[in-house]
Design a protein around this ligand. Structure first.
Ligand SMILES: [Zn+2]
Length: 237
């Protein structure tokens, strides 16, 4: 029987590559937990300044547009704080620099639950394969959380160690827990709709596709709408 993730985390850190990623990947879950009293932080690693098909739109202008879209989306979901790392789109690497930034945030914010993209999910049918930045960030999140953030000799300048209990990986081909987003599906779609630079002209198609995906995930878990994740229980070991 599919497992519904019932816990209500107290402190949540969601780490994603591009400005719209958290809302698409887990916006319903973040809104649910924020609404139930969690302190929800979102980290966006890149500026998203190359996410356009319009050559006349400069990367600097697009980065500014995406910052304001991100702020609007965060307000819809009830995000406590958004952290922008400002890396260049398409150039994220799972290197010591990025891991160090993530370790510092984990130690400072002390989340019990961390969300990020499943880096092992590469091919989604014949129409899409996972963006390299998503894969890089997914592995960086895992490596930053464990062992780095939990052990004092990794990045000793980044504060005292912190051990994360639970990691939930979105965009996974192997989900094993589902979060009920029946009460927050509308917030998720509204947040995604804030990213007009990414869906201009296709708003209805994009939100309908996400609604159908949440409905399909919900069906697997016996819920109206859900987001599915691969779960790691690091606090158990
Ligand atoms: Zn992305």
């Amino acid at each position: 029987m599919p497992e519904v993730f019932e816990q209500d985390p107290a402190r949540v850190l969601a780490v994603y590559a591009h400005p719209d990623d958290p809302d698409v990947a887990c916006g319903g879950t973040l809104a649910r937990w924020a609404g139930r009293g969690a302190e929800v932080h979102v980290v966006v690693c890149s500026l998203g300044e190359k996410g356009t098909t319009a050559p006349a739109l400069s990367p600097e202008s697009l980065a500014e547009i995406r910052r304001s879209e991100t702020r609007a989306a965060g307000a819809v979901l009830g995000i406590a704080r958004q952290h922008a790392l400002g890396h260049h789109d398409g150039e994220l690497e799972n290197d010591a620099a990025l891991r160090g930034e993530l370790v510092a945030l984990v130690r400072q914010l002390k989340p019990d639950t961390v969300l990020g993209p499943d880096p092992t999910a590469v091919f989604f049918g014949q129409e899409y394969f996972n963006h390299r930045d998503h894969r890089a960030v997914g592995f960086a999140v895992l490596d930053a959380v464990s062992p780095a953030a939990a052990l004092p000799h990794y990045f000793p300048e980044a504060g005292p160690p912190h051990r994360v209990d639970t990691v939930l990986l979105s965009g996974t081909l192997e989900p094993d827990v589902w979060v009920d987003i029946s009460a927050t599906i509308d917030d998720k779609l509204k947040a995604v709709g804030c990213h007009r630079s990414q869906i201009a002209g296709d708003e209805d198609w994009a939100t309908e596709a996400l609604r159908l995906r949440a409905e399909e995930d919900g069906r697997r878990a016996g819920l109206s709408y859900a987001e599915g994740f691969r779960r790691l229980r690091l606090g158990v070991g």
